[in-house]
Write a protein that binds this ligand. Structure first.
Ligand SMILES: [Zn+2]
Length: 71
């Protein structure tokens, strides 16, 4: 990674890359969801980890998964 946001501390490939600095807890997204949705999210995150080292970043409007070992 080439640039670290001084506000949220996340690393990015490009300097000043657009992103949301509003990092939330995963529970923020799941607390009012049904058990079926929680289970689905858990399975998706588990599948994402099957691609390699994955960073999960729950931000204001989404849960992002990013491969960490890409060049
Ligand atoms: Zn930021």
């Amino acid at each position: 990674m080439t640039w670290t946001c001084p506000n949220c501390g996340r690393g990015f490939r490009n300097k000043n890359q657009w992103h949301s600095c509003e990092i939330r807890e995963l529970d923020h997204h799941l607390q009012r969801r049904s058990p079926a949705v929680r289970e689905m999210v858990g399975r998706l995150l588990e599948a994402a980890h099957g691609f390699g080292a994955v960073e999960m970043v729950p931000v204001k409007t989404s849960i992002q998964c990013r491969l960490m070992d890409r060049d």
